[in-house]
Design a protein around this ligand. Structure first.
Ligand SMILES: [Fe+2]
Length: 522
């Protein structure tokens, strides 16, 4: 401890503190003494002219009778300051069995070297149990750190604790725990949902067929930039595909087209014919996203928006909730026309788009996306990864790799199957295991993203899959439900009875229209 021999009064203070410590084995007294020792040390550490300039703090009012008395005054002063602070600002905390859980933010300047130890001593003095502590550089104050502390303290000590922290730290705030992470509420919010997973990126994945081809990587980046610049409401810019790119498309399209007749579900075949007629689907042309988006909008209300690569599950599912499908625009490497480790326009346009043109399937896709509120709920209890897996695996074994029964046969409706010749053949062969679709089982089934699936789930129909999915989700506890408003393309959180009543009014109007229509028919 840096003590100066010239400071006799302080030295006496320390001696008194040691003497008090020797006389008492009480933890409280010990902590109080430590606080006083720290205070004396702080005064000693300052230059003499600074000491003269120190304004009289309420802590130093009155004559020091003993360290115990000082500690008592300290607590009284802090209590008074806390009461004054409470009058001007509210301290936020959660109450639990006589204890308060406090989320505390404050800033400590590095120029005040002992600030951290002093602050930690405050927590010690009030016997606050620190549950979490983290720091980050402060943007507002140079050479400073911002602290976040979550601690448990006795209910009666909250105000005094905060007040004491305020005397050591800057910018002290308490806040409620952030229980819900941000999620898009209106369709334009999707402009913020373009977080990519770089797992299969050709710039980083050595196994990507384009990893050793700088020209391919440059081309992919150029097309990806369209997506980063795109904003909701704009037309999707057209890409002039090269002969090499069209050649890759042609090879896949021609091969798969023949297989669809015997392997794809009837809804897919109907939609593909329409896309060939209206959107330029052919072996010799890569359809433009803008044309396909306009077609889907008319058929099922779905829109496309360009995306630069493999999207995070959260952003992808959030987009589906708005009937928006995030769609890549670049094509796989020409050396590997039958396989791409990441989504590309072959996967999107041949795998996903035809199914999104079917009303029942489109509804199922949106329902699975809207269930992303489960993910937000799960964040609270730190089970995000588990919940994400639940949603992700359900999506995987239906929208990506789903099979369904049709006229006594099993057919494919999953995009991962319908865009991959090898896996489409494999899925309907005798090799893999097929199980009846049950959301509880599909949600925990491990999946393969490096090779063919060993297990597929077969739905009785899309309607059956949607109903089972809804039932499964309704059994999971969550703090709120959300409702999609098609008039404003926004998601409303149904967190109070008035909002639910508003939704019921809308339903009543729609029911009235349908009842009137029935009466006209009869
Ligand atoms: Fe996909």
């Amino acid at each position: 401890m840096p003590l100066s021999s010239s400071s006799t009064s302080s030295t006496k203070g320390i001696r008194r503190a040691v003497s008090e410590l020797e006389r008492s084995d009480s933890i409280t007294v010990y902590l109080d003494c430590i606080a006083v020792l720290m205070r004396i040390w702080r005064c000693k550490a300052l230059p003499s002219n600074t000491q003269r300039d120190i304004p009289k703090s309420p802590r130093f009012l009155g004559r020091r009778q003993s360290l115990i008395e000082d500690a008592r005054k300290e607590r009284e002063a802090a209590t008074a300051a806390a009461e004054a602070a409470e009058a001007s600002e509210q301290i936020v905390f959660e109450e639990d069995g006589g204890k308060a859980l406090v989320n505390l933010f404050f800033t400590l300047t590095n120029s005040k070297t002992p600030a951290l130890s002093r602050t930690l001593k405050v927590f010690e003095t009030f016997e606050a149990k620190i549950q979490h502590l983290e720091t980050r550089p402060c943007h507002k104050l140079q050479d400073s750190l911002e602290y976040f502390v979550r601690c448990e303290v006795h209910l009666s000590d909250v105000g005094t604790l905060i007040s004491s922290i305020k005397r050591n730290a800057e910018d002290v705030k308490t806040t409620k725990e952030v229980k819900f992470h941000w999620f898009p509420k209106k369709i334009a919010d999707l402009d913020k949902c373009h977080h990519l997973v770089t797992k299969f990126d050709p710039d980083m994945d050595q196994d990507h067929p384009g990893y050793t081809d700088p020209a391919y990587r440059q081309r992919r980046k150029m097309i990806g930039d369209i997506a980063f610049r795109y904003r909701h409401g704009q037309s999707i810019p057209r890409v002039e595909y090269t002969e090499e790119e069209i050649g890759t498309w042609r090879e896949v399209y021609s091969t798969l087209r023949d297989l669809y007749i015997t392997h794809a579900c009837s809804e897919y075949l109907v939609a593909l014919r329409l896309l060939e007629r209206h959107c330029g689907y052919s072996p010799h042309n890569i359809p433009q996203l803008e044309d396909v988006s306009c077609f889907l909008k008319e058929r099922t209300g779905f829109l496309l928006r360009p995306v630069a690569g493999l999207l995070s599950a959260r952003d992808f599912l959030a987009s589906l909730a708005f009937r928006v499908f995030q769609c890549t625009q670049y094509i796989r490497h020409s050396s590997s026309p039958m396989h791409s480790p990441e989504p590309d326009c072959v996967h999107e346009l041949l795998g996903h788009v035809p199914m999104l043109a079917d009303r029942t399937f489109a509804q199922f896709s949106q329902v699975s996306g809207r269930r992303h509120d489960l993910i937000f709920h799960a964040d609270i209890y730190a089970t995000l990864s588990l919940a994400t897996c639940f949603s992700h695996q359900l999506y995987w074994f239906t929208v990506e790799y789903g099979l369904c029964k049709q006229n006594g046969e099993v057919r494919a409706y999953g995009a991962g199957l319908l865009s991959s010749y090898g896996e489409l053949v494999h899925s309907l062969s005798d090799e893999p295991e097929t199980r009846q679709f049950e959301p509880e089982a599909a949600a925990v089934q491990p999946y393969q993203d490096q090779t063919y699936q060993p297990v597929y789930f077969v739905s009785e129909s899309f309607v059956d899959a949607k109903e089972k999915f809804r039932e499964y989700v309704s059994g999971i506890k969550r703090p709120f439900s959300v409702k999609f408003d098609p008039y404003t393309s926004s998601v409303e959180v149904l967190d109070n009875p008035l909002k639910i009543q508003g939704g019921l009014e809308g339903l009543k109007d729609e029911l009235k229209i349908l009842t009137d229509a029935l009466s006209v028919l009869s």
